[in-house]
Design a protein around this ligand. Structure first.
Ligand code: M6R
Length: 609
């Protein structure tokens, strides 16, 4: 989820590109860089840290050039530092490229280039693409042909932007599953990873399609598919204001981030599956360690803690590994029982949560192995854990966490499946689950299409005095997250517990006007769950149920039934109920007129204990 910017025309290109990058700052970044051609050489300047660290290199007097490309990085391969920042050169500094996404087969490409004598400066996957393009860019070949030839060798998701010293008035771009938009002006052309960076300059925008590449020059934009067939320009006129554009046209970042989840699934899986559907989590521990681990301790706060509860379910059900989940704020003071065969897993979106950092410190003092499941690469938790699995959800801006939760749960699934593969767990058919995961983005997108039904429920629920969130088994864990979302942004009182616990006390709170939201992902729990639902309805409560569409038994049970796509795995079905809960909280809050992206009393990153 990096920021990408580019300009060719008669303005001062460096200033335009800096302004564009500034408008993409809301995407988050850890380093930035720019490339332009001056005196027949490509100049690349890049700096770790904030964009201002880069712009201050030029002060108010940037070179007067008419073409430049820029990048603000959200690291996926390699630490955020000057060297790993983009743009990257090829071997002979003939071309410079910037890239958003992940080149999955970069290691094998790098190995073969190293064998040919190529020297690499960075740890990035991007530099490999730069070297390949540079190698193809031989005498007389136009830059676009060298790029096209290289694309045939790249696997993964990418938006690529390439410039060369031989053709300084030209920018070549290519897109495969990473966003890239082009702006068409009078005698000038623009590119960016996101529309807000274009709007101060032009409102005539082309959304480059997957599998397409383009050449941008001062007076024209040309587009082809990767096979070289020319494609007509489909120019849209954008009349959003800039703030709306940052939210991708959605009313709030939270809604945008909920809708981004299918893309997050793709990103989270990218580079982690091989062609035989086996998992490749090279960054986690080796086989010896996994065979030694006897107990897993998951530590986190808030939504990340809820992801940890699903982690416990998976570690125990699939691996039969005893697993505890602790609130970070309790862990340190609870004198936890830890042995050298314990693996502590710290889960955090921000990687900066003070309670989780304190828990990590305790684990380190006790010399326990630690693994971070973190969204922000380069954050304190990502740096301090022995190993880290980056969730690859991209920057999350809304205080209420949505897409980060989905990425955390998916990362935990990948981890557990990886260990199942290493330990050769009987009965866990990793290849089959991986095949289901490869379809999962589409299923999540279909779940999100139930939004109109969810809005109707929110309309009825918006003034409820109390909303219960219930489930059994894995659905009981998901229910906690649904309730947290409702509290955080709609400020509705909620009560959440396993459905079977209702009769032991909470049932006393049921009366007319009270609602219950009940997940039913797991067929084997359903008969008992139905009895729990009947007990609520008998006391005047209204029940909305969320269940896979393959189930027919709940049609006559629920007051409202929202059907999600079905998979053979209850843990995937449960994750499919999550967008329904997120959208229910979102629309309830919206109807109640609450501030959504910055709810009262809460902060995105909680850096105090
Ligand atoms: O950055 P972290 O994942 O460590 O943050 C943990 C919690 O503060 C966070 O999940 C919080 O509960 C969110 N507001 C939930 O939406």
């Amino acid at each position: 989820m990096c920021g990408i910017a580019g300009y060719v025309g008669r303005r001062r290109a460096i200033e335009v590109v800096f302004d564009q990058l500034k408008r993409l700052e809301y995407r988050g970044y850890d380093s930035a860089g720019i490339a332009f051609v001056q005196e027949n050489e490509i100049q690349v300047v890049k700096r770790a840290g904030k964009l201002s660290a880069l712009t201050s290199v030029f002060g108010s007097d940037s070179p007067e050039v008419q073409m430049a490309i820029g990048h603000s990085r959200w690291a996926t391969h390699g630490e955020p530092n000057d060297t790993n920042a983009h743009p990257h050169f090829d071997q002979h500094e003939q071309v410079a490229i910037i890239h958003n996404g992940i080149i999955e087969n970069y290691q094998e490409l790098k190995d073969s280039l190293v064998a040919e004598g190529h020297r690499f400066l960075s740890d990035t996957d991007t530099e490999v693409a730069a070297h390949l393009i540079g190698r193809a860019y031989t005498e007389g070949v136009p830059l676009e042909d060298a790029v096209r030839k290289t694309l045939a060798r790249l696997r993964g998701a990418y938006a690529l932007v390439v410039v060369s010293k031989r053709e300084p008035g030209k920018i070549v771009v290519a897109r495969n599953a990473s966003p890239l938009v082009l702006g068409v002006g009078e005698g000038e052309s623009f590119l960016a990873s996101d529309i807000p960076a274009l709007l101060p300059y032009t409102r005539e925008v082309i959304a480059l399609k997957d599998g397409h590449m383009a050449v941008l020059e001062e007076n024209q934009v040309r587009i082809w598919d990767f096979d070289g067939t020319p494609t007509p320009l489909e120019i849209m006129h954008i009349d959003w204001d800039i703030e709306a554009a940052q939210k991708g046209g959605y009313e709030h970042f939270m809604l945008k981030e909920i809708h981004e989840q299918p893309e997050v699934v793709r990103q989270c899986l990218a580079g982690r599956l091989d062609e035989k559907n086996a998992l490749r989590l090279d960054q986690v521990f080796n086989e010896t360690v996994w065979n030694e681990v006897e107990r897993v301790t998951l530590v986190a706060c808030g939504t990340s803690y809820h992801a940890g509860l699903i982690g416990k379910y998976l570690f125990e059900q699939l691996l039969r590994l005893p697993t505890d989940v602790f609130y970070s704020s309790e862990f340190r003071y609870g004198d936890p029982v830890l042995s050298p065969r314990t693996l502590a897993v710290m889960i955090s979106q921000s990687g900066e949560t003070a309670d989780t950092l304190a828990a990590l410190k305790l684990c380190k003092e006790r010399r326990i192995r630690t693994l971070g499941i973190v969204n922000v690469i380069g954050s304190s938790i990502a740096r301090d854990c022995d190993r880290v699995l980056i969730t690859q959800a991209g920057p999350e801006i809304s205080v209420a966490s949505t897409k980060a939760y989905t990425a955390q749960v998916l990362s935990l699934m990948l981890l557990v499946l990886h260990v199942a593969q290493v330990r050769e767990m009987p009965g866990v058919h990793v290849g089959d689950v991986v095949r289901a995961l490869q379809q999962f983005d589409g299923l999540l997108a279909r779940t999100i299409e139930t939004e109109p039904e969810i809005i109707k429920v929110a309309e009825e629920m918006q003034n409820a005095p109390l909303v219960f969130f219930l489930g059994r088994g894995i659905d009981a864990a998901v229910a906690l997250e649904g309730a947290l979302k409702m509290k955080e942004i709609a400020y509705l009182p909620t009560q959440e517990c396993p459905a079977g616990e209702m009769k032991h006390g909470p049932l006393a709170l049921i009366e007319k006007g009270v609602w219950a939201v009940v997940g039913s992902s797991d067929a084997k729990m359903r008969p008992k769950l139905v009895s729990n639902v009947r007990e609520i309805q008998a006391r005047g409560g209204r029940v909305v149920m969320i269940a896979p569409e393959s189930d027919q038994t709940l049609d006559s049970v629920a007051d409202v039934l929202i059907k999600t796509p079905s998979t053979p795995y209850e843990y995937l079905n449960a994750l499919l109920t999550v967008p329904v809960l997120q959208l229910l909280a979102y629309h309830t809050a919206r109807l109640r007129g609450e501030e959504i992206d910055q709810p009262r009393n809460l902060a995105k990153s909680v850096t105090v204990e």
